[in-house]
Design a binder for this molecule. Structure first.
Ligand SMILES: [Zn+2]
Length: 749
């Protein structure tokens, strides 16, 4: 009995304590006006790109009720809390209704917060749980004890978010209507008062209809509550709103977002301005060029694009366009294509070739473009060329310039994906965050996802003779106390030797070398030296062109954020023409020097078919560029003792329709690669079978011995070994045999 009495007394005391505790005022420092800070993002010449009127830490201007149109105050009350002047912090009736709904669904679904509760939530943020809700209710009672009703309104109007980084009504009025909050009309007031409920959905810069519906609802409610006359409401409903131009408020939008993302949250309040590296005038031109270009190629299924321009000397970002239209919802315009993770296709190949050069191969080394199977990673990997053909032996120069897949994979298999991955990290590809085993040799074909900005940064290292320098978007930070902080120039790191970088550059700038694969295209030919590479992801969603002159690096991506494939697009028809236009624009009216040749480079003549020192029997000679000390020394062994070149044996007439060996061809020469493992150096023997022959099997004969028997599609791998070989195929059907003409090949070491 005594126990029960004591418990009752204790509960009564607790209740009284709780009630009394709501009389404790909130600490004054919590309610102090926030410091007035707006962050200005400027281009390199000091031209304003965006004024972030406020952020979580600052306000455009702390206003009093005298600074705010009375319509806005009434509209806010009508929209958020019609009994604001009558309750004591909590609207009991709607609170009960909300609690009932929440109970039924087992979660907090309905807010029913009063203006006082929203102010409390802003000052004491917390996760949306029932417990926080209870604490916030208790704090709302205390807020009402601390401030007058108008004082609470002032807190609300200065703290609440109106979307697009505008906190507070003054920031919102200036952002959306280019006027102070004092001059807002009834229609404008209702429009703004609708936003805080759901700033991301009711965003004036994205979609107007849902917001306009809400605005009209608020105007009608104001009339219903007698806050405005019917006549005022009617006129406001007919008023056409003049929204401020979002393009002017959001210049270089993705670039500014990127700059904001670089600022740690705790540093924001102290910052007054950021002077960026962006060239505002160039940016505007390139935004327009990208738009025009995408309009022109829309029929090919390309809906979006992004571009980056870097100043090679400093690594400064001079232009960054993230999408066709920042405000476009349909094609993912908010996605920043310069920072989005996408598959680069062939655009990483030059770095594989740079490693091969470091391992002793030369630009003139003959490498085999033939069927090749890699054992790296899990399962066998059989690369395919873009044109699904194999092209026989070719120089390393041609293999890179023509962007064939098979040689690139073979080279990476030899040097190892882990080495390439470590080098790509050194070049700034932080987005390739998986292990070497995850990517395997497919890394050189672009199976890892990278950012356009990273790609451009890596290419600019080639332009800087192998020196990698992090991309630089900021010239200086200006603090609110007037201090100017310049970002420390990060040290350049030598990722490739100047000679290797020069050789890769020379190949990427070699117009003639890409002809076999791309033809005499105009989109990558310039009146001055440009090194460039294209890439297309294997599902045709991404298309890239990246390249540089000594001064500029330009990276372009076109494709679809939606993942829809493009059609009939290669690097040269996709991003290529835009790349060309931008390079021409950047270098207009300037003399563009060639790429500076470092010491340790030599040029000698070689046999075009063997890459060796040309002899008398060779079919001519070509100049090739070498790292000094890697030039060939031996006279061409391929053409030694042959009266005429082996390259063009006359073809028997009617060959097309006869049964024959279709690969290799008579006179083909293969060269064993000293780097590759022998089991990877094999070719796929293929037979062409005319209609009507239809054999059950084909026998393969090499130097008079049966090497194997194959059924449809009749092809067979054969591991190369040094020597001369005569290959014939025999088609067998119903015991009858048809013999092909012999094919003679030479395999060199
Ligand atoms: Zn020769």
């Amino acid at each position: 009995m005594a126990m029960a009495r004591r418990l009752l007394a204790l509960s009564l005391m607790l209740c009284a304590g709780l009630v009394l505790s709501t009389l404790i005022p909130l600490p004054a420092n919590r309610l102090r006006p926030e410091p007035v800070v707006s962050l200005r993002i400027l281009d390199r010449d000091g031209v304003l790109l965006r004024e972030v009127l406020s952020d979580a830490g600052g306000r455009c201007r702390w206003v009093t009720l005298d600074d705010v149109s009375p319509f806005l105050v009434q509209a806010t009350i009508a929209a958020e809390d019609r009994f604001f002047y009558f309750h004591r912090g909590v609207d009991g009736l709607s609170m009960l209704r909300a609690a009932w709904q929440n109970l039924r669904r087992g979660q907090v679904v309905s807010g029913a917060s009063t203006i006082s509760q929203q102010v409390v939530r802003n000052i004491y943020p917390g996760r949306r749980t029932v417990w926080t809700k209870l604490v916030q209710t208790w704090l709302a009672f205390r807020l009402e004890r601390t401030l007058s009703k108008n004082g609470i309104l002032v807190q609300y109007l200065n703290r609440i978010s109106y979307g697009n980084q505008a906190f507070g009504i003054e920031a919102a009025a200036r952002l959306y209507f280019d006027k102070p909050a004092a001059q807002l009309s009834l229609a404008e007031s209702a429009f703004l008062a609708a936003i805080p409920r759901s700033p991301s959905v009711l965003n004036p810069f994205r979609s107007l209809p849902p917001l306009e519906r809400k605005q009209k609802e608020i105007i009608r409610r104001m009339a219903g509550l007698g806050l405005v006359t019917r006549g005022q409401a009617r006129r406001a409903l007919d008023e056409r709103l003049q929204l401020a131009s979002r393009a002017e408020k959001f210049r270089a939008p993705h670039f500014c977002d990127y700059i904001l993302s670089l600022i740690p949250e705790e540093k924001r309040p102290g910052l007054a301005a950021v002077v960026t590296t962006l060239d505002g005038a160039l940016q505007e031109k390139l935004e327009a060029m990208l738009r025009r270009y995408l309009d022109a190629v829309r029929g090919r299924g390309i809906s979006n694009g992004a571009l980056v321009v870097l100043d090679n000397r400093t690594g400064e970002v001079r232009s960054l366009v993230g999408s066709r239209d920042y405000f476009d919802e349909k094609d993912g315009g908010q996605v920043n294509g310069a920072l989005a993770l996408r598959q680069p296709g062939s655009a990483l190949k030059p770095f594989t070739y740079a490693l091969a050069l470091e391992h002793g191969l030369t630009a003139g080394s003959m490498i085999e473009d033939a069927a090749f199977q890699s054992g790296t990673g899990d399962g066998a990997y059989v690369p395919q060329n873009y044109d699904r053909k194999f092209h026989g032996p070719m120089s390393l120069r041609s293999a890179l310039a023509c962007s064939y897949n098979v040689p690139a994979v073979a080279l990476l298999d030899a040097v190892g994906p882990d080495l390439l991955l470590r080098r790509l990290w050194a070049l700034g590809f932080s987005s390739l965050s998986r292990s070497p085993g995850y990517y395997g040799v497919g890394l050189t074909l672009g199976n890892g996802e990278v950012r356009l900005l990273e790609l451009a940064g890596a290419y600019s290292a080639l332009a800087r003779a192998g020196l990698c320098r992090p991309v630089q978007p900021v010239l200086e930070w200006q603090t609110t106390s007037g201090e100017v902080i310049r970002p420390e120039a990060s040290a350049a790191v030598a990722v490739f030797s100047p000679q290797v970088a020069y050789l890769i550059t020379d190949i990427l700038a070699d117009r003639d070398a890409r002809v076999p694969s791309f033809g005499y295209t105009t989109s990558l030919s310039f009146p001055f030296p440009v090194a460039a590479k294209t890439g297309t992801s294997k599902d045709f969603r991404d298309n890239w062109t990246v390249g540089f002159t000594p001064d500029w690096t330009v990276g372009i991506w076109v494709g679809n954020f939606s993942g829809r494939p493009m059609h009939n697009v290669s690097g040269i028809t996709g991003a290529g023409p835009l790349f060309r236009d931008i390079m021409l624009l950047l270098n207009r009216g300037q003399t563009v020097n060639g790429f500076a040749e470092p010491d340790g480079i030599s040029r000698v003549s070689v046999c075009p078919q063997s890459g060796m020192v040309p002899g008398e029997a060779c079919p001519g000679a070509v100049r090739e560029v070498f790292l000094r000390g890697t030039e060939p020394e031996a006279i061409c062994s391929l053409h030694r003792g042959l009266k005429s070149g082996p390259a063009a044996p006359s073809l028997p007439a009617g060959r097309k329709s006869s049964f024959r060996v279709s690969f290799p061809l008579d006179g083909d020469i293969f060269r064993l690669d000293p780097v590759l493992r022998p089991e990877h150096q094999r070719i796929l023997l293929k037979a062409a079978v005319p209609e009507g022959v239809d054999p059950e099997t084909i026998e393969w004969w090499i130097n008079g011995r049966k090497a194997g028997k194959t059924a449809h599609p009749y092809s067979m791998f054969w591991i190369l070994r040094p020597g001369s070989f005569t290959i014939t195929a025999a088609a067998v059907r119903d015991g009858k045999r048809i013999q092909s003409a012999p094919v003679r090949i030479v395999v060199l070491t």
